[in-house]
Design a protein. Structure first.
Length: 445
């Protein structure tokens, strides 16, 4: 099917066995709460044109073998605008999802609040934000699919407020609709592609791939593993003896051919789906976060550093992942591999310190078990922020240090050529970490 244009086309694109909820509001009384001239007639024309009685269609359907509540917007009905009846229907759908313990999938296509109802329409944003928060507190996942357009309050509540946000290619996405933007505004800034680049949505999915993508997400988010995740096996050469010195451990961890996060994730999970972005304007490709399926079919969440200096957006994305997994009762696995937090001026302006603090807090307060594996470099607090207290493991080709040996030598006012000797003094080898009680064990190949 091509891009869905109606609420029911969107539902048919992703779900089987759809059962619609019934709503019996009756005919619109007068011209609404404001007495807007002609509103009742416009409402009736929209109904006759679309075959719908409001701007949303709600019900349950099966997506990838998982039953879910669907809320699908009909843009042909007064621009998919949010009025009191729209809010009431979406609120009722969330309530039924909580009562039946079902995830919620929102298929948005809306221009925002309905002007004909004035502030009574705008208040629906508070109603929908509250319903979404209650569903979140109930531990039920929410996934949004942004159709064209998704603007105004619909984007700022049911869209951006979802746990996972997907979008169709080229969809208009932004708080400002096309008719209220500055006259010189770059239209490219109000697209799904721009929102992805700036960390506000997780992925752009073509219509033909949407059903499978939603099914994968729903199956992962609704089947948590039990107990703490086991650390993956080491992927390095099993015949390599332990590092004889700190400098050798650092060299091994920095070797360009050492297995990185991608190899560990591919070996450990049969199926994966990743979130993207910190929801604050940033994306760090050096931090991969998502959910993976174990051989037994159960799900573990993961946050994995990829060997680069972690940027503030990476720390915030990892914190977002940990908190989402915690709400859904999914255990977390973290893979640590970074020379440290990015320390350039832009990283400081982007809030490196607050971002690291937020990740420390997310890990410290997680109710689900967190397991961490040091797979390469463990550079200071930028690595420790991702480490589980009392459940940290190490691979043989890794190291963990209070600070990089070169930086330690500089702080101690030693010449650069003494950084290797400093590495020996720091006792940063996996065996040293085990002796110091920093790690629980060294995983085998």
């Amino acid at each position: 099917m091509s891009d869905p244009t109606t609420a029911r086309e969107a539902i048919a694109l992703v779900a089987d066995d759809f059962t619609e909820f019934s709503f019996t509001e009756g005919p619109l009384a007068g011209d609404g709460p404001l007495g807007w001239p002609g509103y009742s007639a416009a409402h009736a024309r929209a109904s006759a044109r679309t075959g719908e009685t409001e701007s949303v269609v709600c019900g349950t359907g099966e997506i990838g073998g998982v039953r879910a509540v669907l809320i699908s917007f009909e843009f042909g009905f007064l621009g998919g605008s949010l009025g009191e009846r729209t809010g009431a229907r979406a609120a009722a759908a969330h309530a039924r999802a909580r009562a039946r313990r079902l995830p919620v999938v929102v298929l948005t296509a809306t221009g925002g609040s309905r002007m004909h109802e004035g502030m009574r329409a705008l208040l629906q944003l508070q109603l929908l934000a509250g319903e979404s928060a209650r569903t979140r507190a109930a531990g039920l996942p929410q996934i949004a699919v942004l159709r064209d357009p998704t603007t105004g309050g619909g984007w700022a509540t049911l869209g951006a407020g979802s746990d996972v946000v997907l979008a169709l290619p080229g969809a208009q996405v932004g708080f400002a609709g096309s008719r209220v933007r500055p006259p010189d505004a770059d239209p490219a800034a109000y697209t799904a592609e721009a929102q992805l680049a700036h960390g506000h949505i997780d992925a752009i999915v073509t219509p033909d791939a949407l059903r499978g993508t939603l099914g994968r997400w729903l199956s992962l988010l609704t089947r948590p593993a039990e107990g703490p995740a086991s650390p993956p096996r080491a992927l390095g050469d099993p015949d390599t003896p332990p590092a004889a010195s700190g400098r050798e451990a650092v060299a091994r961890a920095r070797h360009p051919e050492r297995p990185r996060a991608a190899a560990y994730l591919d070996a450990h999970f049969s199926v994966r789906a990743e979130i993207s972005g910190d929801r604050a304007g940033g994306v760090d490709p050096g931090m991969r976060c998502g959910f993976g399926r174990l051989p037994d079919g159960r799900t573990v969440a993961y946050a994995a550093q990829c060997g680069t200096s972690t940027r503030p957006a990476g720390f915030r994305t990892a914190a977002r992942l940990v908190r989402l997994a915690d709400r859904l009762g999914i255990p977390v696995l973290t893979l640590i591999d970074t020379p440290g937090a990015a320390n350039d001026p832009e990283a400081e302006r982007a809030g490196a310190g607050p971002a690291i603090a937020d990740l420390f807090a997310a890990v410290a307060t997680a109710r689900v078990p967190v397991t961490s594996l040091l797979i390469g470099e463990g550079g200071s607090g930028g690595a420790l922020a991702l480490a589980a207290p009392d459940n940290l493991w190490a691979t043989p080709d890794s190291y963990f240090s209070v600070i990089a040996p070169e930086a330690a030598a500089s702080i101690l006012k030693r010449p650069p050529e003494e950084s290797a000797a400093t590495a020996d003094q720091l006792r940063l080898r996996p065996g040293d970490l085990l002796d110091l009680g920093v790690v629980r064990g060294i995983v085998e190949n």
